[in-house]
Design a protein around this ligand. Sequence first.
Ligand code: GYE
Length: 325
Amino acid sequence: MLKRISALFLAGAVAMTMAGCGSGGPGGSAPGDGKITMGFSQVGAESGWRTANTKSVQEAAENAGVTLKFSDAQQKQENQIKAIRSYIQQKVDVIAFSPVVESGWDTVLKEAGTAGIPVILTDRAVDSADTTLYRTFLGSDFIEEGRKAGKWLVEEFKDSKDSVNIVELQGTTGSAPANDRKAGFAEVIGADPRFKVIASQTGDFTRAKGKEVMEAFLKSNPDIDVLYAHNDDMGLGAIEAIEGAGKVPGKDIKIITIDAVKDGMQALADGKINYIVECSPLLGPQLMDLAAKVVKGESVPARVVTEETTFTQEQAKEALPSRQY
Ligand code: GYE
């Protein structure tokens, strides 16, 4: 029933030409050993999604025989820039990274280009106007995820005459998923004046921050109907705050989140969350395939979108036993 990740090669995707960097070129492997060395700069360990994504990348590297140099940036762009520069110095064959925020990457990406090392964006995008700074971007369509969340809400309240007070827990400020999930949701609910976002703040994609910000929302807004959290972890933190305030999550306050990690799916099955939009972290195998092609100088699509679904409470009960993450 669940469709697992599959690549959707977007029509019109630009086939890029090689930047010349196979093993034996400036790459980190000994000439002719055929093994790829990848430098991977991860965002951090902020959420269940991220933990599953790290595991997927590490396992896929091992299965593909790729030597992985892995670093965790603890949600700091400066750490990612340092890691990328060190991968350039180490002459890896390919650099992959999940940019914590969208802007500010051009200089370091140009440095990788000058060194002849191809770059793959994974999970999150950059806003660079120059798309030749990277070879491909593998990840979800975050605007569409926001739209799916909005559509469920519109349907859920279709018979209500009253206004619907929404609070929003945004992801990390300046990150692609925070920007796009906000925009996609706003686009759908914006068509109906009953829907009002009465408070919107970042919870940095973490459980602790989600709880803290929700506590503040509850103090200043007595009449919250809906919480839209940009990921499960912030939603789970907010549930603690809602229960702490003597309200019933899923009933007094309807909750929509994004990701569909196990803890989120459990809360959905338990009736504490009302709807989850899936965002798959299992990007590792596709990343290794793309890396092998890029290193060989083969063309790859400019954009690879992961395919994802949505879950209601009933669907969560069915899916939980076989959930991988
Ligand atoms: O939704 C969130 C994580 O970039 C898609 O980052 C990812 C997001 C994910 O911290 O849980």
